[in-house]
Design a protein around this ligand. Structure first.
Ligand SMILES: *Cc1c(COP(=O)(O)O)cnc(C)c1O
Length: 354
């Protein structure tokens, strides 16, 4: 079988993980708040009146209309995917030939690398400058010197939480020859979108998702905003019925009722601020400012913190120490009581040298 597989797929490790079963889950930047029961009921009613024996809408017109209402982008500039993961795959399929260069900053979202690897691209992950500042000049140089096809800007960034300034985003757009993908998975937590730049920059594509602020990671719905020309190219590689009818219905309900759902943003942002202030008082942590719903910090005690939380049935994300990088923790904001419990356990670990 080995000889039949494409070479770049041989080394890949399949993403086969069980959904975590823990009392508290703060490892994946999901919302701790489930979709409101009243809206779940509305969804059930909608489904009872839907013919499930028919294929879904291939181009999701109702959903596109709801996204236009939310973002202000006209329908011809919108395409949806089964999570923004699928959109990243589609972008690679449409734009990247084997050997082409893709540029991103590092550390960032792992799916950029996975899809670049599958496309057999040369992925240049430009490491952050000391203190986790994105190396904007380095990214521009990498893209210009190698005629990069794609350049990713993850804003706010996962996992470090940092923000690219608008000046830096514009500088990148003004100089690189690439399709610039502005991944705004966490933008609702930060508030300052780059969507208005689409008017001036035809090579910009903005990625969004319902998985984070909307609390709908379970339904797999992401969307891309861009100029008609790019969106039309992505439609060429889109699977015929990539969004099932259940996802389409629920996503429309979510967007139409966004005021009620996005009220949780204020709680989560306040929690982030509160947790940040507590963590700042702990010894041995290097904290980074965050524009998202999580906090990233480096510490020699990352593994100890991870294990202490596991023992208490709590799952957090830790990045294992390497030669080049210290161990670190990414703590997604949970509900207030959950965060308090986690902070108490981290406190125990950092004050206990044993
Ligand atoms: C979570 C996340 C996404 C969203 O992925 P989905 O496939 O839409 O769930 C996209 N980009 C980044 C940086 C993320 O952290």
């Amino acid at each position: 079988m080995e000889s039949l597989i494409r070479k770049n797929i041989q080394q890949l490790i399949a993403y086969k993980v069980d959904a975590p079963q823990f009392e508290i889950i703060v490892n994946a930047n999901e919302s701790p708040y489930d979709f409101p029961m009243q809206l779940k009921r509305k969804f059930c009613d909608d489904i009872c009146n839907t013919d499930l024996n028919r294929y879904p809408e291939a181009c999701f017109p109702e959903l596109i209309e709801a996204i236009t209402d939310y973002t202000g982008v006209p329908g011809e500039g919108i395409i949806c995917g089964s999570g923004s993961d699928e959109l990243i795959a589609m972008i690679n399929q449409a734009f990247v030939d084997p050997g082409d260069v893709v540029v991103s900053h590092s550390p960032s979202f792992s799916m950029y690398d996975i899809w670049a690897t599958i496309a057999n691209a040369r992925h240049m992950m430009v490491p952050d400058l000391p203190g986790h500042l994105p190396d904007v000049e380095g990214m521009i140089a990498a893209a210009c010197q190698n005629q990069a096809k794609l350049l990713y800007i993850c804003n706010p960034n996962n996992p470090t939480g940092y923000i690219f300034s608008r000046t830096d985003i514009i500088k990148i757009l003004d100089t690189v020859p690439s399709l610039v993908i502005l991944d705004e998975a966490y933008i609702e937590f930060f508030g300052e979108s780059g969507v208005d730049l689409l008017e001036k920059y035809p090579r910009l594509l903005v990625l969004r998702t319902l998985s984070k602020a909307f609390g709908l990671a379970g339904i797999r719905c992401g969307y891309a905003l861009g100029n008609k020309e790019i969106i039309d190219i992505l439609y060429k590689v889109k699977g015929p019925y990539n969004l099932n009818v259940l996802t389409q219905k629920l996503a429309v309900i979510a967007l139409k009722n966004r005021d009620a759902i996005l009220r949780n943003l204020e709680i989560l942002k306040a929690e982030r601020q509160k947790a940040m202030r507590v963590l700042e008082t702990f010894p041995g942590l290097t904290l980074y400012p965050s524009g998202a719903n999580f906090i990233y910090f480096e510490t020699e005690r990352a593994e100890a913190i991870y294990q202490a939380l596991l023992k208490r049935n709590i799952l957090i994300k830790r990045f294992i120490e390497t030669d080049a990088t210290p161990g670190s923790i990414r703590f997604s904001m949970g509900k207030p009581q959950e965060n308090q419990k986690i902070l108490d356990i981290i406190k125990e670990v950092v004050y206990n040298e044993a």
